[in-house]
Design a protein around this ligand. Structure first.
Ligand code: 1KG
Length: 420
């Protein structure tokens, strides 16, 4: 069957979509050789920006126009914006279009490190651990740690998709918590909704929409609005962010400390206060096209444990790269059957799979001191329930459940088999 015929029949299959992306049999040419469990690395590909708030604190310049704490909030916002190009454009840049990632099996892991890339050794090594903590629904949890500067980014992500005509709309569940332990500062980062455009022209790409938030334990709140082509600026991957002293102030844009706007996959600019920056007269905030991501160092496949993603999917990934559709199907089916058999025997013996490095915490009714999500979501007036985070507290999506995945440092320290 020709590629266009394949794609047309695929678009028809989308029409009867049931909400579970992994259930869609995408045509082989849209398959990625990479498992979704690897996507956690996109949070850490700019270690210098992730650690900037700590490093700036060491060489504080007294002449700083903004208070140091405000500059740290701007630095955290810059780091977050810097992750978006890798998160949402890297497949298009490396493989031509967005692709469907391999659907991780329960317990699939992915680990690696970013060696210190700084001239003066101030950064130190940053490590990533990522684990598929749930298969139905698919949920990936991750922890990115820099011991030298005592910084920990942890989070988890699940998606729910709906199809409207020829658009795949994706709501993201989960959030990230960024802790600068030496500064005693914590940031809650929520995830924007996204949709997949370009399906009709068989060149799918992600576009972000709606609003996401960064809430600092110092009170600062960044409100980030996303839009694509055809909206006010007409350019794809557009965003406008305003940083406020706190949630209350965010109701009045004149109270903004800084306004940042542009393209998260290209150039963005910053102005003090509420003025919308312009590319001609404002200070450059970040240029995503200029700063190449630092790639994660992953040990060779032959040294990997069979639960590690690239080892587990090696035969499927090779078949995808070769476009050998029969082997893709054969190898995928074999892996999926093995997993199904394991789940079945676990059900029979009652010896269910135990998640390796993360715990599921029930935060319903928890008090602010129990978990950063509780204290920071209340500062931002956001729901702590399992709703597309960014929903207001009391939103219609709430159904009385607040189960969240948290990194268990002790379990990772006791890990003997899977090493970075
Ligand atoms: C499944 C039907 C199909 O193959 O459609 C063809 C298209 C490739 C569209 C569907 C897939 O598009 C992929 C894009 C993936 C998201 C990309 C980035 C992120 C950020 C990361 O931090 C968390 C995961 C997330 C949200 C990915 C989730 C899965 C997405 C939507 C893939 C779709 C199956």
């Amino acid at each position: 069957m020709s590629l266009t015929a394949l794609w047309t029949s695929f678009l028809k299959s989308i029409a009867s979509f049931n909400g579970d992306l992994s259930s869609l049999t995408a045509p082989p040419f849209i398959l990625s050789p990479t498992s979704l469990v690897e996507y956690s690395q996109y949070w850490g590909e700019h270690p210098d920006l992730l650690l900037e708030p700590v490093l700036m604190n060491k060489n504080k310049s007294s002449a700083a126009l903004l208070a140091l704490s405000e500059r740290r909030m701007i630095a955290v916002t810059r780091w977050f914006i810097s992750t978006l190009r890798s998160q949402y454009c890297s497949r298009n840049e490396s493989m031509g279009t967005e692709k469907k990632p391999l659907n991780p099996f329960l317990g699939e892991v992915f680990v690696g490190k970013w060696p210190d890339s700084s001239a003066d050794g101030a950064l130190g090594e940053t490590t990533l651990i990522s684990e598929q903590v749930s298969h139905h629904p698919p949920v990936t949890a991750y922890a990115i740690e820099n011991k030298k500067n005592n910084v920990l980014l942890q989070g988890y992500n699940g998606v729910k998709a709906t199809i409207s005509t020829t658009m795949i709309s994706v709501k993201q569940y989960g959030h990230a918590v960024l802790q600068f332990k030496d500064l005693n500062e914590t940031y809650l980062i929520t995830l924007p909704p996204l949709h997949i455009e370009g399906l009709i022209t068989a060149s799918p790409f992600v576009e972000l929409e709606g609003t996401s938030y960064i809430q600092s334990s110092l009170g600062y709140l960044a409100v980030i609005d996303y839009s694509g082509r055809g909206y006010f600026s007409g350019k794809k991957n557009t965003f406008k962010a305003r940083i406020y002293p706190d949630k209350l102030a965010s109701g009045t844009k004149e109270k903004a400390i800084a306004t940042i706007s542009g393209q998260w996959s290209g150039k963005s600019y910053i102005e003090k206060g509420a003025t919308t920056p312009s590319s001609s007269s404002s200070e450059l905030f970040y240029d995503a096209a200029k700063k190449s991501p630092e790639l994660l160092v992953v040990k060779p496949i032959e040294e990997q444990n069979e639960l590690e993603s690239r080892k587990a999917w090696q035969k499927v990934a090779d078949a995808v790269r070769k476009g050998d559709y029969d082997s893709i199907h054969e190898e995928k089916t074999q892996l999926e059957n093995t997993q199904r058999a394991m789940r079945k025997s676990e059900q029979e013996t009652g010896d269910l799979w135990t998640v390796r490095w993360f715990d599921e915490k029930d935060l319903l009714g928890a008090s602010p001191g129990d978990d950063p999500l509780v204290s920071l979501a209340s500062l931002a007036n956001l729901s702590i329930e399992n709703v597309p985070l960014g929903s207001r507290s009391g939103s219609k999506h709430e159904k009385g459940q607040a189960l969240h995945w948290r990194f268990n440092e002790g379990k990772w320290n006791d890990e003997k088999e899977i090493l970075i």
